[in-house]
Design a protein around this ligand. Structure first.
Ligand code: SF4
Length: 165
């Protein structure tokens, strides 16, 4: 399986709790005004890798708490994103993902690959970046409209449950 990435950050402390690997997927159709990563929009940009190559590039260690799937839009490459997430869950790490889609719309699509990716996420930060709601003081999100969602609890209860630190 191949995946197209914009980059990998080996030690991030801003994309979720603890020290994390952040994988930036290439391709995004949301085109939010004020986006910090417009170079990730082009679906043919970035670099194509096999999943094994990606795993070879990632410097995992006991200090790494989890992996964050960012972008770009990870749900445009949901199958590969779910496979990466599954690998890190097997290593005992947690999985965060960022998406420009809304939680309700992701579920309504009933797409098997999207469902598989949702099932591999512990936390999902949803919604587009909105310049008018930008707040640099917010943890782990750029604008106040974005929700930090506890995925297992939300699936279980059938409604959005906010992640609690
Ligand atoms: S969803 Fe994220 S990467 Fe895509 S345009 Fe919006 S802010 Fe940028």
């Amino acid at each position: 399986m191949n995946v197209r990435l914009a980059g990998i950050t080996q030690e991030s402390v801003s994309d979720g709790p603890g020290m994390r690997i952040t994988v930036f997927f290439q391709g995004c159709e949301h085109h939010c005004p004020g986006c910090h990563n417009p170079q990730t929009w082009d679906r043919q940009g970035g670099v194509a890798y096999s999943l094994d190559e990606v795993l070879g590039l990632i410097k995992d260690s006991p200090l790494i708490k989890g992996i964050t799937l960012s972008g770009g839009e990870p749900f445009l490459q949901a199958e590969a994103a779910a496979a990466l997430a599954c690998e890190f869950h097997a290593r005992g790490k947690d999985v965060w993902a960022y998406t420009g889609y809304l939680w309700e719309n992701l579920l309504a699509q009933n797409d098997p690959a999207w469902k598989a990716l949702i099932a591999e996420c512990d936390v999902l930060v949803d919604g587009p970046f909105r310049e008018g709601e930008r707040n640099p003081g917010l943890f782990f999100r750029g604008s106040a409209n974005q929700r930090i969602i506890d995925v297992p609890a939300s699936l279980k209860q059938g409604r959005v449950i906010a992640w609690q630190p």
